[in-house]
Design a protein around this ligand. Structure first.
Ligand code: ZN
Length: 155
């Protein structure tokens, strides 16, 4: 997407990489979904990392997003009662302030989730389109990460 926050800008061509080997796409669902998307999302709470400060906070995309500035995995952070992801590019708050240090990268989870399905359809042209939950599952299963580029605001 040109801009995850503005679908009106549309899509641009994306390099296809990490195309999962042995990816099988059936023309119709092979079997009924075992769980609804709502159940899937609810169950994510159960898998929240142990020892996380607030068990009610869940991060559907934890570990799946990469920083377009430095390539590190973005870390989960909770801001304004929403799941979000940020990258401090390896700097810690204790480090001396460096004027050349790039600004922290930050993106809200919902702004990614809202477009995940269309991104997936764009990349893999599956028929029928998967649910957002299925996309997240596939990303995890195939160890695919999405890189967020601030300049172009693309995934
Ligand atoms: Zn970074």
């Amino acid at each position: 997407m040109i801009d995850p926050a503005n679908t009106g800008l549309g899509h641009r061509q994306v390099q296809r990489r990490n195309l999962p080997d042995g990816w099988a796409i059936s023309a119709r669902p092979a079997h009924p979904g075992l769980v609804s998307e709502a159940d899937f999302i609810a169950v994510q709470h159960i898998h929240a990392p142990r020892g996380s400060p607030d068990p009610n906070r869940s991060y559907l995309l934890a570990g799946l997003l990469r920083c377009g500035v430095c390539g590190r995995r973005m870390e989960s952070c909770w801001a304004n009662n929403r799941a979000a992801y940020r990258c401090r590019h390896g700097h810690t708050s204790a480090a001396k302030t460096d004027p050349d240090r790039p600004k922290n990268l930050y993106i809200r989870e919902d702004s990614v989730l809202r477009h995940l399905k269309s991104l997936w359809v764009r990349l893999f042209e599956p028929e029928p389109a998967p649910s957002t939950a299925e996309v997240v599952n596939h990303l995890r299963a195939q160890e695919i990460t999405l890189t967020y580029d601030r300049q172009s605001r693309t995934l």
